[in-house]
Design a protein. Sequence first.
Length: 70
Amino acid sequence: MICYFRNLKTVFDKAEIVVTNENKRLIDEIIHKMVGIEHKNCSATWKEVKKRIAEDEKDFVNILKKEMIV
């Protein structure tokens, strides 16, 4: 599994996203795009994700949910 996904279970639950083998790469790409970090840079991505969630978790959840629908 993507290195930081285990830490985002609550976020995924709030966004009503069920992570599967089929969609986890897409979710990972969306999150990288959301935080503006090159895909596959796990450590930097997790650092920025934590920061954004701490600043405004509700906004992060809403954007993620919206991106998953598109």
